[in-house]
Design a protein around this ligand. Structure first.
Ligand code: KG4
Ligand code: ZN
Length: 484
């Protein structure tokens, strides 16, 4: 006969009692105790049945966001048939939103410890003399439930869908870029961008599901995340609508994610962020120093007053006849040039603020001046000198922030985080300040949905879910994800 599984009801008390009597030699439960627990909503019993006969059970006690496994027992006639394992696995499917499950086990009970280890439990600590009769230590074990999130990103010129486990393991990350369509215009054309997103979103979604082996989204996924700002409204709409629709049809919770939080939390793909941390956020649209006192908390202490660092690269690149976006190519060309032009670093009144429009003007003035003198210009020297000026400006203010704020780690995120010179100089200043450096891996520095999955995981942990009425916020800035 096959074994079936279900949640116990009050009238199962007698059968459960018989199992405890059969299986727990030292301390059997009393029938009254089991009946009381079955009446209490914080206790839950999950049972294995052969026909009408209860042959095993697992019981849980539930607190705010954790769950303790209190007992697991299988009738002696039914052991070694994988019933214990099935009891736990099947009950956990139903207990979905719990973050962690704990249990204590006698330190000499190797059979049980092996079973729990096989199911993914890890040893957490020991409790001395936890058991009496006979007296013995307990091993506390923990099972962290995996959180698998599908995420959508379409704020600018990348259409991307990813599946990310526990905020740091990428099961798939499909990115369709439309840079080629915008290159001839020297920048993103909003109408062209949203049209592309519409064409690509379903293709990218299907590919992301396929690569991550997701065949039953409702069962295999825990939430859907999508960027709702900042970005181009017509572009944001496509990913956000796709995400909300996917959440609705698969009956999954929805999380609206701030694109900027995504850029910074993508550092988790390198290693876990240690708080309090300072972050340097450098992209095509943003340049900010952000204090992250605790997970999910973002406070801007300084920002650009005009152009973003990436924007400066792109604008100067355009003046020099390079394709959009120019940052990566300029980095390569800088290696062929010499730093021999002094482009000044702008002074700002705000201690940690930046300004890059002056460097751009200085480059244009320099080119005009040399042209008027009839001098030939070595473009690579201009690029190398410009890059040094931008990186120096970023480093100066970051260095100052690290002197004045007591943080454990510096986080680097955003498209410009791919810049090698910036990365090398950050190594130097963080080792000077004796703090850890956590830079987003270069392949996740540009826009991608995996970073939205990394941030979505943080929102998930903080219980920050969104309503399906959430609208795009093209001017969204950093905000606190959790209440102080
Ligand atoms: O974060 P991102 O992909 O898009 C925004 O959200 O803005 O950043 C794109 C920016 C572009 O301005 C690009 O020129 C710049 O990042 N970028 C670089 C490098 N790679 C990309 N800038 C400097 N050096 C690089 N290696
Ligand atoms: Zn971005």
């Amino acid at each position: 006969m096959t074994i079936q599984f279900k949640w116990a009801e009050f009238f199962d008390a007698q059968d459960i009692y018989e199992i405890t009597d059969n299986a727990f030699i030292p301390n059997p439960y009393s029938l009254a105790q089991i009946e009381n627990e079955l009446k209490n909503p914080n206790y839950r019993y999950f049972i294995a049945l052969e026909g009408k006969r209860v042959v095993g059970f697992v019981s849980y006690i539930q607190s705010i966001d954790t769950l303790d496994l209190t007992e697991l027992a299988v009738h002696t006639d039914y052991q070694r048939r994988g019933i214990a394992q099935n009891l736990i696995q099947k009950s956990l499917e139903f207990l979905k939103p719990f973050e962690a499950l704990y249990l204590e086990v006698r330190s000499s009970n190797f059979k049980a410890i092996n079973l729990y280890t096989k199911l993914g439990f890890k040893k957490l600590n020991m409790r001395k003399n936890y058991y009496s009769n006979p007296e013995e230590d307990a091993i506390v074990m923990e099972l962290k439930k995996d959180v698998v999130i599908i995420s959508f990103e379409s704020s600018a010129d990348e259409t991307s869908v990813a599946v990310v486990k526990n905020g740091n393991q990428i099961l798939s990350n499909i990115v369709a870029t439309q840079i080629n369509s915008h290159q001839r215009f020297g920048g993103i054309v909003p109408e062209v961008a949203s049209r592309h997103h519409l064409e690509w979103i379903n293709i990218v979604l299907n590919q992301a599901l396929k690569e991550a082996n997701i065949t039953n989204p409702h069962e295999q996924l825990d939430a859907v995340a999508a960027t709702y700002g900042p970005g181009l409204v017509g572009s944001l709409l496509v990913g956000l609508m796709a995400g909300k629709t996917f959440a609705q049809i698969n009956d999954l919770p929805f999380i609206g994610v701030n694109h900027l939080a995504g850029h910074l939390l993508a550092a988790n793909f390198n290693r876990g962020i240690i708080y309090p941390a300072m972050a340097l956020m450098v992209s095509g649209g943003h340049t900010e120093l952000v204090l992250m006192e605790k997970p999910g908390n973002f406070k801007i202490i300084g920002e650009t007053l005009d152009d973003a660092a990436g924007e400066a690269f792109d604008k100067v690149g355009r003046v020099l006849g390079l394709n959009y976006p120019a940052g990566k190519e300029m980095q390569e060309l800088s290696k062929l040039g010499t730093v021999n032009i002094d482009f000044p670093i702008a002074k700002t009144t705000g201690t940690y603020d930046f300004s890059f429009s002056g460097i751009k003007s200085a480059v244009i003035n320099y080119l005009h001046h040399e042209e008027q003198l009839g001098n030939s210009v070595n473009k690579n020297d201009v690029i190398a000198s410009f890059q040094k000026a931008v990186v120096d400006a970023l480093i100066q203010k970051t260095d100052l922030a690290l002197s004045n704020y007591d943080v454990k780690m510096l986080v680097l995120g955003g498209g410009v985080a791919a810049n090698e010179m910036l990365r090398n100089k950050l190594e130097e200043i963080t080792s000077k300040h004796k703090i850890e450096l956590n830079m987003v891996p270069i392949r996740f520095s540009g826009d991608n949905a995996a970073m939205i999955g990394a941030a979505g995981y943080q929102y998930f942990i903080d219980d920050k879910f969104s309503d399906l009425s959430l609208d795009t916020k093209p001017n969204l800035d950093f905000e606190s994800l959790v209440d102080d």
